[in-house]
Design a protein around this ligand. Structure first.
Ligand code: FDM
Ligand code: MG
Length: 202
């Protein structure tokens, strides 16, 4: 038996951090947030995201986000194999959706992540009301938090959802933290006992 790999995706300020933390606690799991700003590559990414006066080529940023996932891969696989569920706050799909929004091609974007473990379930927290997101506290502080980019990222998430079959969508408009958590729990519960199938790969 191995533990499940669970991914929560969504636009900025849709409650991913709150929901991944809550879910992880309930599962007694290992929480992995991407970008992980603590690693060697993560420190570079943090600088890139927070210092808007210091750009880098889109392709370089994309490859660094991917490298940041590869940096974590041993920890993630060890955890799954010893039976501890992994809950992720963003993963490959954020990488692709944000880079596509900046003009990169989908196949090019997916290539460096080839071989990473595939989630057993990806839960997309979907907001139809983008205005209310951009009004949430802190929005606009970082590089990608601009309303026009968010619309494009949302469309790209829809493209990815039709291509990958483990996706589930939860509409968050008008729901409170506990309501969203219970919906997530219903989806995750059947996986929580563990899986007999091996890990899939991108
Ligand atoms: N982001 C995140 C990417 O552009 N590519 C990636 O691979 C990942 C994981 O980084 F705007 C973007 C998404 C977001 C920014 O993420 C910082 P957090 O979740 O706000 O820290
Ligand atoms: Mg953010």
């Amino acid at each position: 038996m191995r533990a499940p790999l669970i991914v929560i995706e969504g636009l900025d300020r849709t409650g991913k951090s709150t929901q991944t933390a809550k879910l992880c606690k309930r599962l007694n799991g290992y929480l992995v947030k991407f970008p992980n700003r603590e690693t060697r590559i993560g420190k570079l990414l943090n600088q890139y995201l927070t210092d808007k006066s210091n750009p880098m080529p889109l392709e370089v940023a994309h490859l660094l986000f991917s490298a940041n996932r590869w940096e974590m891969i041993k920890d993630i696989e060890d955890s799954l194999n010893k039976g501890t569920p992994v809950v992720m706050d963003r993963y490959v799909y954020s990488g692709v959706a944000y880079s596509m929004a900046k003009g990169l091609d989908i196949e090019w974007c997916l290539a460096p992540d080839k071989g990473l473990p595939k989630p057993d379930i990806t839960i997309f927290l979907k907001a139809n009301d983008l205005d209310s997101i951009s009004q949430r506290e802190g929005f606009g502080e970082e590089r990608y938090e601009v309303a026009s980019l968010q619309t494009s990222v949302r469309n790209n998430f829809e493209t990815l959802r039709s291509r990958f079959d483990e996706w589930e969508v939860i509409l968050i408009d008008g729901k409170d933290i506990d309501q969203v958590h219970e919906q997530i729990w219903k989806l995750v519960c059947p996986l929580a006992r563990g899986l007999t199938t091996g890990l899939n790969r991108f």
